[in-house]
Design a protein around this ligand. Structure first.
Ligand code: ITT
Length: 199
């Protein structure tokens, strides 16, 4: 069984990734490898931040594959903001609700055709031989006029994927995972892992 450490403190994200990777992979969370504390995401790109998280954890788990993901929501009308700053869009210690409220306020009155947005995920993997690989996934869509739905996390209540009539938060996890930015990045990553290991 392949052992992968997920370098994330975000439980929603960890649940999605482990579902996508499937049963042949044993996932270790940060508490399970004895990693405590916050990792400061000081990078200017998603790839830099994903690598910062993976590197911070690698020394704690020798011999294991380390995987991290950094995700950003890029809104056309806001010149691709919040992007790499998606987690703290509404300020330090803000909640998902604060971020969604701020986004909806900034887009108040903006026409539907100008509400385009992209969710982008970068997955960084550090292999036990110290080799580093980066994988990407994205999905286009638009920002709704109000929050809807109870599933998922983060900006899911305001993001409507292209060709859909509901937000990510109105989809159960299988439905979101079948089309999401994270699924695409993790699937690319899984292909990279398969090229190295027979799983
Ligand atoms: P880690 O750094 O511990 O992995 P995080 O919550 O800081 O977790 P990111 O920096 O990757 O995660 O993501 C930034 C924010 O983007 C995150 O806090 C959510 O608000 C949002 N986000 C990420 N993935 C999302 C998804 O699939 N659906 C909705 N919002 C998402």
């Amino acid at each position: 069984m392949l052992e992968i450490v997920l370098a994330t403190n975000n439980a929603g994200k960890a649940a999605e990734i482990s579902r996508i990777l499937g049963k042949k992979v044993k996932i270790f969370t940060l508490p399970e490898i004895g990693f405590v504390g916050e990792i400061e995401e000081t990078g200017e790109t998603l790839a830099e931040n994903a690598l910062i998280k993976a590197r911070a954890v690698a020394c704690k788990a020798p011999g294991k594959i380390i995987m991290s993901d950094d995700t950003g929501l890029e809104v056309d009308y806001l010149a691709k903001a919040p992007g790499v700053y998606s987690a703290r869009f509404a300020g330090p210690d803000c909640s998902y609700l604060d971020n969604n409220k701020k986004l909806l306020k900034l887009l108040k009155g903006v026409a539907k055709k100008e509400r385009g947005a992209v969710f982008r995920t970068v997955v960084a993997v550090i292999y036990p031989d110290k080799n580093v690989e980066i994988y990407e996934g994205k999905i286009s869509g638009s920002i709704a006029e109000k929050m809807s739905g109870v599933y998922g996390f983060g900006y899911d209540p305001v993001f409507i994927p292209e060709n859909k009539r509901k937000t990510f938060a109105q989809m159960n996890s299988d439905e979101k995972n079948s089309i999401s930015h994270r699924m695409k990045a993790v699937k690319n990553c899984r292909m990279g892992i398969k090229r190295k290991y027979a799983v």
